[in-house]
Design a protein around this ligand. Structure first.
Ligand SMILES: [Fe+2]
Length: 199
């Protein structure tokens, strides 16, 4: 397969005031596009040609760093756009997810605080994650393009903490961006969809 840039599932200005049109134009049209273009170039002539994106991410980890970085970021961003929606966040979660967050992570408020702390505590570029591993929910953080897939877990929510995701809107205030993400942007229906598939 070759990588292609998906369209945003909403208008560029749909996440304002929490994420600006300018941020989404740069982040989607420039940064994600670069991972797609570079990933396609790096894929040519490798053993990974014709494999699925997940197989490429898992297979190239630790073996082909340039390909892994771009394929990992392509995977991460495909989901990142869908992990947000206008009027997202809120306090009522769909389906079985709320019960599971209560059981494994001490409730929604504690989840939001711990997830934001993971993002704030990631030194330099990376991501904070909510994943399913061995039937349990866990919060983690990774550097650069790495994600929970390569650690035997299934990511169901992630937040990009590279500066390109918040610097235009929040400058250096990464914690403010993370608070806006958890309170106002998360698309819990998509998280629930991934959770249902993972268990
Ligand atoms: Fe990004």
């Amino acid at each position: 397969m070759t990588f292609t840039l998906p369209e945003l599932p909403y208008a560029y200005d749909a996440l304002q005031p929490y994420m600006s049109k300018e941020t989404l134009e740069y982040h989607h049209d420039k940064h994600h596009q670069a991972y797609v273009t570079n990933g396609n170039n790096l894929l040519k002539g490798t053993e990974f040609e014709g494999k699925s994106l997940e197989e490429i991410v898992k297979g190239s980890f630790g073996k082909n760093a340039p390909l892994f970085n771009n394929a990992g970021q392509h995977f991460n961003h495909i989901h990142f756009w869908k992990w947000m929606k206008p009027n997202g966040g809120g306090t009522k979660l769909p389906g079985a997810l709320e019960k599971k967050i209560n059981e494994d992570l001490g409730g929604l408020d504690k989840f939001k605080a711990d997830f934001a702390a993971a993002g704030a505590g990631q030194f330099g570029s990376g991501w904070a994650w909510l994943s399913v591993k061995d039937g349990k929910l866990e919060i983690s953080k990774t550097a650069n393009g790495e994600n929970p897939l390569v650690h035997g877990a299934t990511p169901i929510l992630g937040v990009d903490v590279w500066e390109h995701s918040y610097y235009i809107d929040y400058r250096n205030r990464r914690p403010d961006y993370l608070k806006a993400f958890v309170d106002n942007l998360i698309n819990w229906e998509y998280v629930e969809e991934l959770y249902s598939k993972a268990v």
